[in-house]
Design a protein around this ligand. Structure first.
Ligand SMILES: [Zn+2]
Length: 405
């Protein structure tokens, strides 16, 4: 047989998947979600058949049918998939995972716009990419999150969740790309060209560009945008990360070497993620100090700190432990207050809000906690009256009944 490949699994994707599944209570809610989903897949299949397009069958569209099978074989994926050609001019493809592929095959849809535009080799990459999503179960977490937050506006989904899903989405793409690469026979150039076409909307196939030139150009692009201070996702194109990740996968000589070289990408992503690190340092330091003014920090208080830090950091407990073990907490607390106030006056309220949330979360707002908050207020230039007024302002969102009888 042909080439052999490294294991396409991305450990960080797995780790992040487990973490998100856990925080979303996946072990119980996923069951409920599946119960509620019911005949959803059948409905999708029906809708495809009747309204939007056609099933890719051997005797109808033999060429594309063959490609789909070829991609499956190259990857070694045995479960049932129904492939559909959808009459949509958007250049796109998608997959819908089945929990029971024996009776309800997975679905992969290829838009007509895509099929028209791509060579056979390129289509193999696209189909392989979609199969990769099925193999990794990428749709599941998104469906679970949608199930839980169905009636909420995007703004209502906590940062803790959306921040993780954003990274997870990106990692899913990186993971799926590896299967696309395998499906097209380890053809790096084709893979990169498809990513350009799909993610950047640029067709470079007709220009005679070498793989080396593509990689070099990409490296520059990557350095440029990873150097600027913006968040992952919407504001930044993800295709340079996808191309770099695929390049590493195709050139690494061992699994170890691959994981090592991927760390660079992960570190860069993490730096983007932690652009507001000052606030996180404040949360960690202030959280530690305030939650320990009583006998010791309560579980609820610890969770509140993790939750806040986790809005901008993927492994908040690691971060908090790192801060507690390595920093002078008192110093860090005062330094970060100063920095944050210099950055933005509004941060005074952001900090105060956190302190109040922490004081109330376990029900008992104690005198010691109150003193701590007054000291904080004086430190940022508030008079006693102002501290009281701000506490009143922030009270409705933070108040909890004291049920510690
Ligand atoms: Zn994808």
């Amino acid at each position: 047989m042909g080439k052999s490949y490294l294991d396409p699994t991305i450990p960080l994707q797995k780790e992040m998947g487990v973490q998100i599944y856990g925080v979303l209570n996946g072990s119980t809610l996923e069951f409920i979600r599946q119960e509620c989903e019911g005949e959803y897949l059948d409905d999708c299949a029906k809708e495809h058949r009747e309204r939007r397009g056609m099933m890719i069958e051997k005797n109808v569209v033999p060429d594309i049918y063959k490609l789909c099978q070829q991609a499956k074989d190259a990857i070694g994926f045995k479960q049932n998939i129904d492939f559909y050609l959808v009459s949509d001019t958007d250049i796109n493809a998608g997959s819908i995972e089945s929990n029971d592929p024996v009776n309800h095959p997975h679905i992969i849809e290829l838009n007509a716009g895509l099929v028209n535009l791509m060579s056979k080799q390129e289509l193999l990459f696209v189909i392989g990419h979609e199969i990769g999503h099925l193999i990794n179960g990428d749709g599941q977490l998104k469906k679970l999150a949608q199930f839980i937050y169905a009636d909420k506006e995007d703004d209502d989904i906590p940062d803790f969740v959306s921040n993780r899903l954003e990274l997870y989405d990106l990692l899913c793409e990186l993971g799926a790309d590896r299967y696309g690469y395998i499906a097209c026979g380890g053809d790096l150039k084709t893979s990169i060209l498809v990513i350009h076409k799909l993610a950047a909307g640029i067709d470079l196939t007709k220009m005679n560009i070498s793989v080396d030139a593509l990689i070099k150009e990409n490296q520059k692009h990557l350095d440029y945008f990873m150097g600027s201070n913006k968040s992952v996702g919407s504001t930044h194109p993800v295709h340079p990360i996808r191309i770099q990740s695929l390049y590493l996968f195709s050139t690494a000589e061992s699994q170890d070497q691959l994981e090592k070289s991927m760390e660079d990408i992960e570190d860069r992503l993490n730096k983007l993620n932690e652009e507001d690190a000052t606030l996180n340092y404040f949360y960690a330091a202030a959280g530690y100090l305030l939650s320990n003014v009583n006998v010791e920090a309560s579980t609820l208080q610890k969770q509140t700190i993790v939750y806040r830090v986790g809005g901008k950091c993927w492994f908040p407990e690691d971060f908090i432990n790192y801060v507690i073990e390595n920093k002078n907490i008192e110093e860090l607390y005062h330094d970060t207050i100063k920095l944050l106030v210099e950055m933005d006056e509004e941060n005074k309220l952001v900090m105060m809000d956190f302190l109040l949330a922490l004081a109330f979360v376990d029900g008992g707002f104690t005198k010691k906690e109150l003193d701590f908050i007054y000291d904080f207020g004086h430190e940022v230039g508030y008079s006693d009256d102002m501290v009281a007024a701000y506490i009143k302002e922030l009270l409705p969102r933070n108040f909890r009944l004291n049920l510690t009888f």
